[in-house]
Design a protein around this ligand. Structure first.
Ligand SMILES: NC(=O)c1ccc[n+]([C@@H]2O[C@H](COP(=O)([O-])OP(=O)(O)OC[C@H]3O[C@@H](n4cnc5c(N)ncnc54)[C@H](O)[C@@H]3O)[C@@H](O)[C@H]2O)c1
Length: 341
């Protein structure tokens, strides 16, 4: 039995906890949050112990693995501490707020001989898996262009305060929501990012960006445009993949639709449990990694997303294009490193 712990009992914790309950060789053993009552709410349905100090949980709870769902800048210290205790780690996106921190996390886990998997949930959402299947069967030919538009809300009070702290969140709407768009666009586009232009807005008087746009070119020539907009009249979360012989429109609200030769067909109808299913498939993948399998999403892919977000901030600051260095990690990010195990 794999004894699993959770740090951070906020918005996403219950998705992870409910997923653990569906996997027969996993037991949610402990939940830690600075807020005792939040930890209790996540722990109590599953009979898990409650902690308010993760170091104490690591010492006392007899865990094998931990899921980290805390403010972005805290991921580093928690991953390193978990590795020091010999615990395997599933840490929420974005992996960290700097590339150097990503590298420290990778090194710490390698040295400790534990697995490190990043919660890039897009790779597990049912409507995205349907798009992955369509692309894999080859019917539409090569991907040529991607347009990704996602709305969010960065008005003051719309989310916990730490999301508005540059130091804690590492940025605003692009770091948090844009990371999802990059995750799926790089995956579907099939190559790492070569160059980009970006712009960001700070509206509503908050200190981080509330909106942003990134125009990027992948190393295989695919063009991607990403827009993240706060407080728009219509809620959107759509990735549109333009291929040689047709298009795929993919969103949690409308499902996955394929348009080919003037005809539209639905390959995924949205279901109420889609998000929970995505978290379940993600945790199942993590547990397979503990059994020696390869993760669906590599740490290099997750690291590349952080690298691209930071390059977007640089482009927005300077007003000019940014070329990404063709490091070993960047070249191999994207589809080659995100194959299904
Ligand atoms: N995969 C997804 O779709 C998805 C969705 C939302 C959030 N996230 C990610 O999940 C992470 C958490 O986001 P959230 O929305 O749940 O945030 P949240 O603010 O709702 O929850 C974070 C929790 O961490 C706790 N915490 C902070 N410092 C702590 C510490 N030192 N020890 C123990 N607990 C501590 C807070 O008290 C809070 O309860 C972030 O990385 C975020 O980007 C992912």
């Amino acid at each position: 039995m794999i004894r699993l712990g959770i740090i951070g009992a906020g918005a996403v914790a219950h998705f992870h906890a409910a997923s653990a309950a569906r996997i027969s060789n996993v037991e949610l053993a402990a939940v830690c949050d600075l807020r005792d009552e939040a930890a209790e709410r996540v722990a109590s349905p599953w009979g898990a112990s409650v902690y308010t100090d993760y170091a104490v949980m690591f010492r006392e709870a007899g865990l094998h693995a931990v899921i980290i769902n805390t403010p972005h800048a805290l991921h580093l210290e928690m991953v390193v501490a978990a590795a020091d205790h010999g615990l395997h780690v599933l840490v929420e996106k974005p992996m960290a707020t700097t590339v150097a921190d990503c590298d420290r996390m990778i090194r710490a886990c390698e040295e400790a001989g534990v697995s490190l998997v990043i919660g890039q949930i897009q790779h597990f959402l049912p409507e995205k898996l349907a798009a992955e299947d369509v692309l894999a069967c080859g019917e539409l030919g090569r991907v040529l262009m991607i347009r990704d538009y996602r709305t969010t809300d960065y008005r003051p009070g719309s989310r916990p305060d730490w999301f508005f702290s540059e130091a804690m969140a590492g940025g605003g709407a692009l770091m948090n929501i844009g990371g999802h768009c990059l995750d799926r666009s790089i995956w579907f586009g099939g190559a790492a990012v070569g160059s980009l232009n970006a712009s960001t807005l700070k509206r509503f008087g908050v200190p981080v960006e509330t909106d942003g746009a990134i125009a990027l070119t992948l190393r295989n020539g695919v063009h991607v445009s990403i827009s993240v907009v706060s407080d728009a009249a219509q809620r959107m979360d759509e990735v549109l993949i333009v291929c040689e012989h047709g298009t795929i429109s993919c969103s949690p609200h409308n499902g996955t639709l394929v348009r080919c030769n003037g005809t539209t067909r639905t390959v995924w109808e949205p279901q109420p449990e889609d998000i929970q299913e995505g978290f379940f498939l993600q945790l199942q993948d993590f547990i397979r990694v503990l059994d020696g399998g390869a993760p669906k999403v590599s740490v290099e892919h997750a690291r590349h997303i952080v690298e691209v977000i930071l390059a977007s901030y640089q482009a927005a600051r300077t007003g000019g294009p940014v070329e990404l260095a063709e490091t070993g990690n960047s070249i191999s990010a994207g589809r080659a490193l995100t194959e299904v195990s």
